[in-house]
Design a protein around this ligand. Structure first.
Ligand code: XLS
Ligand code: NI
Ligand code: NI
Length: 412
């Protein structure tokens, strides 16, 4: 291997295989820069023309972008790739026509679908939720749309399928039967698992937590809530999590928190690698540009052996003031560099082993005797009592937080 190639191999794996970058379709190709206070500012040439014509122009432009950028994956919602028709049949026909073209472009370029998802939140019918709607007629529509979404995932060879519960939550507890809604959501997921098996769809199912927005209370609040939900309904072997740090900070956690928690439970499947502004209260979907954050995230990812078949999906949008087409390139390249540097830092932290050694030492009392029995789950309260009667008061040990922080800073 040439020295130059060596530079891109870390811990036996190519950087691109650690990172598995993906471009998202909705923000980068459907986004217009419109916000609740203002008109579109991003005038993309592919958004002009009749809906199906512009859908094709958009797809070709997107593949030109993926190719120029050199990414291998993209993600999309059914409804951002093809416009919704006036009936389910018409929507499905639209999707078939556009995904035929997507399939062609995929085989010409080698670019793959990291994940596909169904938009079960934008249409008016879903205003009170999809799988948690109080009206079964709406739930049925969502199920029918999901069936097509899973067929589409199979057609395009998607490596994952994401469920983000856009309006699966509530605004007021007065009109909501929480227990019933949660049961319906679980049953909806069970139908998805069953259909996936039936059609032989091989992809990984992922749930994306988010605490609020658009609903006030969302059921998939954060990583731990979703894991508890999955375990409660016996679904944990069929799903992993797609963690979006912007949502994690909205839940009141630090940037890396849910990545670390999901990974600790063996449930980290993929990452929507964006960032918010924690000083605001909403999902700003900015490109991740903070190397400290990406170092912590990549450390968790490398420690679990990577994200495959998941990846790092840029669920991020250029600011409405970033109006040049080149800003789309700059944003993605800057974010990829931020993650690449995070990866290199994380690998140095892991290979040096200094922090891991300090953490190991911190827990060393659990490696023998009573500690070992506690760790294995075989100790009893009677033993604790006997131990304390014999050994008395413990000596407190320093947590050394500032030392850890100072060491971490050396790697940034
Ligand atoms: C919205 C979510 C959404 C999902 C896909 O906040 O991040 O974009 O990733 O539906
Ligand atoms: Ni997302
Ligand atoms: Ni989001």
């Amino acid at each position: 291997m040439a020295a130059h190639e060596d530079f891109f191999v870390l811990m036996g794996r190519k950087m691109e295989d650690w990172l598995r970058f993906s471009v998202c379709y909705w923000h980068s190709f459907c986004g217009t820069g419109a916000d609740p206070f203002g008109a579109p500012t991003l005038h993309r040439p592919w958004n002009e023309g009749a809906p199906m014509d512009s859908a094709k122009k958009r797809l070709r432009a997107a593949f030109e972008f993926f190719t120029k950028l050199g990414v291998k994956y993209y993600t999309f919602h059914d409804r951002d790739m093809a416009p919704e028709g006036s009936t389910l049949e018409e929507s499905n026909r639209n999707l078939d026509e556009i995904t035929d073209l997507a399939l062609q472009l995929q085989s010409q370029t080698g670019i793959q679908v990291l994940w596909v998802t169904c938009n079960l939140f934008a249409h008016q019918r879903y205003m009170n939720g999809a799988a948690t709607n109080p009206d079964c007629h709406v739930l049925a529509y969502a199920g029918a749309q999901l069936k097509k979404g899973l067929d589409t995932a199979k057609k395009l060879g998607a490596e994952n399928f994401v469920f983000w519960g856009g309006r699966e939550g509530f605004l007021s507890v007065h009109n909501t039967d929480v227990a019933v809604e949660l049961k319906h959501m679980a049953n909806f997921f069970k139908m998805a698992v069953k259909y996936k098996d039936k059609i032989g769809l091989k992809c990984q199912f992922l749930i994306e937590p988010k605490p609020k927005e658009p609903s006030k209370h969302q059921y998939d609040y954060d990583a731990m809530s979703v894991i508890a939900f999955l375990k409660h309904y016996g679904l944990e072997s069929h799903f992993k999590l797609n963690i979006e740090p912007n949502h994690t900070t909205l839940a009141g956690h630090s940037y890396e928190h849910d990545v670390v928690m999901a990974s600790a439970f063996g449930m980290l499947g993929s990452v929507d690698s964006n960032t918010g502004s924690p000083d605001l209260g909403w999902d700003t979907d900015q490109f991740p540009m903070d190397i400290r954050n990406t170092t912590l995230v990549m450390k968790a990812i490398v420690e679990q052996g990577g994200l495959q078949p998941g990846g790092l999906n840029f669920d991020a949008k250029v600011r409405r003031e970033s109006t040049d087409l080149e800003d789309l390139f700059i944003a993605h390249i800057g974010a990829m560099d931020t993650f690449a540097r995070g990866l290199r830092n994380a690998v140095r932290i892991i290979e040096d082993g200094l922090i891991a050694g300090m953490v190991k030492e911190r827990y060393s009392s659990f490696s023998h005797g009573l500690g070992q029995r506690v760790d294995e789950g075989s100790a009893s309260l009677e033993e604790m009592e006997a131990f304390i009667k014999q050994n008395g008061e413990p000596n407190v040990t320093s947590g050394k937080q500032e030392k850890y922080e100072s060491i971490f800073n050396h790697y940034i």
